[in-house]
Design a protein around this ligand. Sequence first.
Ligand code: FES
Length: 169
Amino acid sequence: MNHNDQPSHTPLETSERFAPKTGRRDFLGLAAIWSAVIAFVGVLLGSIRLPIPAVFPESEAKVKIGPPDAFAKGTATHLSHINVWVIHDEQGMYAMSSICTHLGCIAHRDAESGEFLCPCHGSKFKSDGKVFAGPAPSGLHWLALAFAPDGQIVIDQRTNVKAGTRLKV
Ligand code: FES
């Protein structure tokens, strides 16, 4: 074989082997990039939304329970949707949580004695919420009552008040 008989070489840049890949690989590459972009945008939107609470604890804690007329003097009304007793006596109205301070069962009120009894482990509370029997470590919580601008009574479930605090109605 002489010098001129050597097979001719195709330059690399025109070789099919080194030609830029198109088709399936491009599609997969683009799909990966777009997936990353979509994931990034999702995370970004999520983190922007994060400081905005979905539920406003302040407004959740305050519950309108109706006008004072709805609670006649001498009555005790259990509002089971918020686990609160609303009591109207000679001195005014007050609200007491019916959630037992032991493990959170709902205390029932004995209509005759006015005492509260926990069905779970036998804690007993006097009519003013003080514990006098059972494992409960403390009395039932008294909750803040106030008037809303529209004249309805509002219970603030997050604000405990001193036992004996009443709303004058
Ligand atoms: Fe009330 Fe245990 S939960 S006594």
